[in-house]
Design a binder for this molecule. Structure first.
Ligand SMILES: [Zn+2]
Length: 488
């Protein structure tokens, strides 16, 4: 009988643990949260007190800076982080661009013709493809809501500047702890300090306030993750897409004084212009004029085939026949009347330190208080596949470059799924064996007794009432979007 009691207790303990896991509202899969704070230059966190970012550095790993992709603009880099591909490979070669096959210009549309070139596999979608019960979410991530391979992340929130940073955190947490569809991989985006950096410059008092805002939002995120019992379970990455440099008064390159504007089209914004001659036969004339002017001006010019290989910005039809690249701190524009007076800019060469963004990571996979050597942002893709324990899709990144930041004890995360055959098999064996023992014990006990005791159980009082079901993802999304706190 003692054996039976031990088996029974083990069985009940197993059941309790299992149901605790199921009912906890957390995904059973490895959890990853990537936060991008746009235009957060690698050294900003030393400009003002940033206790929360420093706490994460102390508890995790950080790089002095991270190398981003050319051009150092928002859309190409956010898509590179998501796909592990250089701009020439994923096809988002600028915030604006022209596609000669589509014969269209792009300015941020999320349609597949721009984002889905047939071989991109954003990590959020790779996560969902790995297992039907994995759930991804994107909170305003640039390009995150694009339809690729006819898929989108399960949770989507299109960019809306009126939703405060804290509200975004609240919604993301609600996705992570959602009882029906808990997310295990989320990308979260904040548009500062980039916006303020453009207007006031990277050394302004105004941008310091935004750096503090980002830091306090990270503090709020840490608090919420702790409350949700997620802080120790989840791998958290805080990064940015690019840096920012000062634009001194008068650092304008007035292209109309160099080249007749009726001779060409420009399909991307300063400081890198993609130039397409109106008359293809005049390509050499245009190039020669620009080349001569570049000797006395602050820019470089390349024919498409001359662009250095290291730019990884050549082999794509959306890169135009001539590329003009302004020197650091200089702006390209047709003429001075177009100048809006901005004090900060980015998009310059990705070898410039001022263009390099922030990287911090903390969680069970990462070492503690560790400084990792700078690496390429495309290396994050294989790293994230590894962290999520999914198939590593082809990319331009290298896992080898980022492995030193990982705690070796987290070499291969154990992926526990309620639905995997192993768990179901173990449960079935336990249920059958314990039931057999219990039935045997019951028969033995009954044979010793004359009287049978019955207990009436009102199942309605024992079984928990099921939660209100949500009929569609839209309803769920609507519910999650409801209720907001203070504005920031
Ligand atoms: Zn910007």
């Amino acid at each position: 009988m003692l054996e039976i009691e031990v088996y029974s207790r083990t069985f009940y303990l197993f059941c309790i643990l299992y149901f605790c896991a199921v009912c906890s509202g957390l995904s059973p899969f490895p959890k990853l949260l990537v936060v991008s704070t746009d235009g957060f230059r690698h050294d900003y966190l030393h400009h003002v007190p940033t206790p929360n970012l420093h706490l994460l550095m102390k508890e995790g790993v950080h790089a002095p800076w991270m190398k981003n992709v050319f051009v150092t603009k928002t859309l190409p880099n956010h898509f590179s982080i998501m796909t592990g591909l250089y701009a020439e490979s994923h096809g988002i070669v600028g915030n604006e661009m022209f596609d000669p096959v589509l014969n269209k210009s792009f300015s941020g549309e999320n349609t597949p013709e721009w984002w889905d070139n047939g071989h991109v596999m954003p990590i959020l979608l790779a996560n969902q493809l790995e297992d039907g019960s994995r759930v991804s979410g994107e909170m305003m991530w640039p390009g995150g809501d694009s339809l690729i391979r006819n898929m989108k992340p399960f949770y989507n929130a299109a960019f809306n500047a009126s939703v405060s940073f804290k509200e975004r955190v609240d919604i993301v947490i609600s996705w992570l702890i959602n009882e029906k569809f808990p997310a295990n991989c989320i990308f979260l985006y904040f548009q500062e300090p980039d916006h303020t950096g453009h207007i006031f410059g990277p050394n302004s008092p105004e941008i310091r306030e935004k750096i503090k805002l980002v830091d306090s939002t990270i503090g709020y995120l840490i608090k919420k993750l702790k409350e949700a019992q997620l802080y120790e379970l989840l791998n958290l990455i805080i990064l940015s897409d690019h840096g920012m440099t000062e634009v001194a008064d008068g650092n304008l390159i007035e292209m109309d004084s160099i080249l007749d504007p009726s001779l060409y089209h420009v399909s991307s914004g300063s400081p890198v212009w993609n130039i397409r001659p109106v008359d293809a036969g005049k390509l050499d004339n245009i190039y020669n004029t620009l080349k001569k002017a570049s000797k006395t001006n602050h820019f470089k010019v390349y024919k498409k085939e001359e662009i250095p290989d290291g730019y990884h910005y050549k082999n794509n039809r959306r890169i135009m026949p001539i590329l003009v690249e302004a020197d650091e701190g200089w702006l390209l524009m047709h003429n001075r009347s177009k100048f809006t007076g901005k004090k900060g800019s980015h998009g310059y060469n990705n070898s410039l330190r001022s263009m390099h963004p922030l990287f911090i990571a903390r969680g069970p996979a990462f070492k503690v208080n560790f400084t990792v050597k700078p690496f390429n942002n495309v290396d994050l893709y294989p790293l994230m596949c590894h962290l999520l324990d999914i198939h590593i899709w082809p990319s331009n990144g290298s896992l080898e470059n980022v492995l030193p930041m990982l705690d070796i004890r987290y070499d291969k995360p154990v992926c526990f799924s309620y639905f995997n055959p192993f768990v179901i098999g173990i449960l079935a064996i336990l249920v059958i064996s314990v039931s057999g023992i219990l039935i045997g014990a019951a028969v033995l006990t009954l044979s010793k007794r004359n009287k049978v005791t019955t207990v009436d159980v009102n199942l309605e009082t024992v079984l928990p009432k099921s939660k209100e079901g949500l009929s569609s993802k839209d309803e769920l999304k609507q519910l999650l979007m409801e209720g907001s706190e203070d504005e920031m």
